[in-house]
Ligand binder design. Structure first.
Ligand code: PFF
Length: 482
């Protein structure tokens, strides 16, 4: 059984995150403290680092593509504003008040109640997501090497390039391992001096590069068709399944529903303005996703592909098409290719860190494991769980589709986790406590009423209707099949 935490807020315990935080902020951390972010910027940076990742560049265009284009985009934006953003604030509040990982925080705030099971589902979801996330992030490392070798030329068959990589079990397992080790090393040791400075430079650089790629993509032949598909809503395409995809994508992209923001929020100080932080993180993440669409969809039409296909490979097939069209061939393509995949890899790493951090923080906080040991053991176990995903894209035909299935499971568990959290804050722990916690750093929280209604009624109702409808359809299909 888990050890219940003390219901009263005690002194923060020391953890490896202390070094992470102090190195990121250069702020002294009290020895007996569990650790605080030293500034809002450090926290927003870490939270945005968690949110911005493969979800924006790889998963978002795949979802839009499978979801029929513009109509999906509108539903996605609705889900972000009405459901995900209020849940993000709620996660940060629970984290800062509970001062622990999702399981520990919920036990701390509502002892002797089963609410912590939603936290446990979150930890499990972290394991599932990281298992396949690391496989895809591994592809970015492989693509850096290919770009540097000058592979992306106008006549390169980028589909064959991807398929050759995917069909090689050795390559898949190797790069999955390399990425997982990088993630483990950072989580085990804390982020060493200089990382914050590096990320501070790399993230804006990533943004600039995306804008440059967008300009190139928008001037490719066929771009207009791509943009029309992406931005012109076709409401006849909307189904219950698309709503589920959109809300799942919103949770995935904003790192919600599994306690990443609870865990990062647990290292926050009381002066922090949580509503502004949540809005900054959600805004930056959404901007990057929209930008990614403006690059990918013109590229799909330029390459003569049809949206809706491609699956997990989509981005890795279309993007090299743009690199091949860069001026000063082959050097332009090499330069942009290497820069892009390095930055995408870094964005994936800052997300993967937060995925592993949730699982590790649970073992450190609630099971009293040592941080280093937790990171290596859990990282190793998650690597093994990821092996079928790594081999599912061609290496072992019997495993075909496994990565997609894991991703699909996460889509549901994230949303269920988000529902649990909204109910916990709105009803279980209580809005009064949550608002008091927000007001510690934001005394004049003007949107208190709006947020209360959203988190208490609107978000749970929206999630229930979306999930309920999907389950109803599934049951109906099953009955019809008999
Ligand atoms: N938000 C990350 C991305 O968009 O790539 C993925 C992710 C990280 C999901 C952390 C969930 C999470 F807790």
């Amino acid at each position: 059984m888990l050890v219940p935490s003390a219901p009263v807020r005690g002194p923060r315990r020391s953890s490896g995150l202390d070094s992470l935080v102090s190195n990121m902020t250069n702020a002294p951390i009290p020895n007996n403290g569990r650790g605080n972010w030293g500034s809002r910027f450090a926290f927003v940076l870490a939270a945005a680092g968690s949110a911005i990742g493969l979800g924006n560049i790889w998963r978002f265009p795949v979802s839009v593509s499978e979801g029929g284009g513009g109509a999906f985009l509108l539903i996605y934006l609705f889900c972000v504003a009405v459901v995900a953003l209020p849940v993000m604030l709620a996660e940060m509040v629970v984290g800062r008040a509970g001062e622990k990982n999702p399981v520990g925080a919920m036990r701390h705030l509502k002892p002797k109640s089963p609410w912590f099971l939603f936290g446990a589902l979150g930890v499990l979801t972290g394991v599932i997501i990281l298992s396949f996330y690391s496989v895809i992030a591994g592809w970015t490392i492989y693509y850096v090497i290919e770009a540097a070798r000058g592979t992306f030329q106008p006549d390169t068959d980028t589909e064959a390039l991807f398929e050759n990589m995917a069909a090689s079990g050795g390559i898949e397992l190797l790069f999955h391992a390399v990425f997982m080790i990088l993630t483990i090393v950072v989580v085990a040791a804390g982020v060493r001096k200089g990382i914050e400075r590096t990320v501070k430079i790399l993230m804006p650089l990533f943004f600039v590069l995306l804008v440059v790629l967008m300009l190139r993509a928008l001037t490719l032949p066929g771009a207009a068709e791509g943009i029309a598909f992406y931005l012109k809503p076709d409401f006849s395409q909307i189904t219950g399944g698309i709503w589920v995809m959109a809300i799942g994508q919103a949770f995935f992209s904003l790192s919600l529903g599994m306690g990443a923001m609870i865990t990062y929020g647990s290292y926050l100080n009381k002066q922090e303005n949580l509503p502004v932080s949540a809005a900054c993180v959600a805004g930056a993440d959404t901007l990057i996703a929209i930008l990614a669409g403006l690059i990918i969809f013109p590229a799909i039409f330029f390459a003569g592909m049809t949206p809706g296909g491609g699956g997990p490979a989509l981005v890795f097939i279309t993007l090299p098409q743009i690199f091949a069209q860069m001026p000063w061939a082959p050097y332009g393509g090499m330069l942009f290719g290497v820069a892009f995949f390095v930055l995408l890899g870094v964005a994936a790493l800052t997300s993967a860190i937060s995925l592993l951090e949730v699982v590790v923080a649970h073992m450190v906080d609630d099971w009293k494991w040592n941080r280093r040991k937790s990171a290596w053991i859990l990282g190793g176990v998650i690597y093994v769980i990821g092996i079928p995903s790594a081999l599912s894209l061609g290496a072992v035909p019997a495993l075909s589709g496994f990565l997609g299935i894991m991703d699909g499971i996460a889509n549901y568990t994230l949303v269920i986790g988000g529902l649990g959290l909204a109910l916990f804050v709105g009803w279980g722990w209580g809005l009064g406590h949550a608002l008091a916690e927000i007001r510690e750093g934001t005394p004049g929280f003007r949107l208190a009423k709006v947020w209360s209604v959203l988190i208490r009624y609107v978000a749970p109702a929206a999630i229930t209707v979306i999930l309920g409808n999907q389950i109803f359809q599934l049951v109906r299909k099953m009955i019809a099949g008999f």
